[in-house]
Design a protein around this ligand. Sequence first.
Ligand code: GLC
Length: 536
Amino acid sequence: MTGVIYQIYPRSFQDTTDSGIGDLPGITRRLDYLADTLGIDAIWISPFYPSPMADFGYDVSDYTDVHPLFGSLADFDELVAEAHARELRVIIDWVPNHSSDQHPWFQAARSSRDDPKRDWYLWHDPAPDGSPPNNWLAVFGGSAWEWDEATGQYYLHSFLKEQPDLNWRNPQLRTAMFDTIRFWLDRGADGFRVDVAHFVMKDPEFRDNPTAPGSDLMPRYGPAYETQDHVHDKAHPDSHDVYREMRAILNSYDGDRFAVGEISLDDLDRWAAYYGDELDQLHMPFNFTLLTTPWEAAALRRSVEAVEAVVPDGGWPNFVLGNHDTPRPVRRLGQAHARIGAMLLLTLRGTPTLYYGDELGMDDVDVSPGEMQDPWEIRVPGKGRDGCRSPMLWNPEPGRGFTGPGVQPWLPFLENLDVNVATQLDEPMSMLNLYRALLEIRRASRPLRLGSYRALAHVPGQVYGYAREDQDETVAILLNFGDTPCEVSLAGHEHDVWLSTSMDRSGLETGPLTLRPNEGLIVRDPPVIQASGTSG
Ligand code: GLC
């Protein structure tokens, strides 16, 4: 998969019913924007299944239908047909670790200890003093165990208590879940983004996690969760078998069906193991390192190269700059560095995933306590994800092109009226036009799509420079993370500047290249890549 993935959070992309919540026909309506204006290759749509929305769709109550808020199966079919007509692939979210507590499977399981579906979830007797069976914690706060009064046992929920974990060691559950992916593959889905993919298998003995702050932790989780070393409650080696089986199912379909897994593990060897030694598991585990690496040249280079070093031969790297769980790039990095981030994301070796609205430089929206939606914020203050989920901004009019004028959107709009597609299309140097130029250059350049990666050695410390090389073609990328200008000397006297993050500079330049503060450049076909330079 060498194309570019664009993530759509369906509640926030385009509302066609004036409900204040986006829907599938809305996505269909915007396919020309995605295919032509932007030029991405695949969309990943976050969950649109029936759901009580305790976690905004990541609590699924039916894996083979569409929530009426978002439309119908017929709307999905139309979306796929229209996307395919534009050569866009459609990746949907699949949530195998947990269902909703309102799923009929869980309703049956909790009806009695003897129910045939009891074992489809993870039940456990209390500890002798009546407390939870072990020390496992829910990502969203508190114990991962919820007491079920009626049947006198605890059930496991790695996230909310409304999201009971499924028991992947039960063969019937496994078959039933794999049937749900066949359902969507049969309808033409091109693949899946697998939610918290590594959580599916836990220690079968349910041993306590050791206390070991700092290892194997997702830094974005809350402070209590991070006091444990999560060796037993997720990423058990048996998880790999699930993805081997999933891959075999994908391979049995025509047309390169695809799976990318949400896998956050600080131990990159354990992370890369999800490609499979024989490249027989996930096509790629999402690589979130750009979200957490300190934003400076040396650290980013180290981080990119650490990932390059563990991706198995024949495997393909990937990079993520934003998603529905993380503050947006503009919030984390500021506008100038979000532009450098865009250049980095779209020029590194690997598949980029672009989060809707980041191409406009959308900032997080500040949500007042009364407007708060995310259950994580309510349980662990400071962890909320509402800010990055506000509606897409299509124009400056009331309703912002997202919904009808006067309709209250489910989360507030960003107030800045300049941040929207229509306005930015008219501004030659806008963030949107930077993304469009980067996407166009990527499409035009074999080295950028397929070439190897090599860091440039002799650049000033504030610059991250690398070459992408393919057969006889080379492209150099020079990113100045510093607030001061600096010079970089590439071999040769003339340099063909293809694009600057400022968008005011292209064409032949002679002598050493001067990078302005916080500027990134793409240089086409430098003769021999060796760099040296001075800063200040
Ligand atoms: C993943 C999703 C997140 C969700 C959680 C539980 O991390 O990206 O949005 O809340 O899984 O399903």
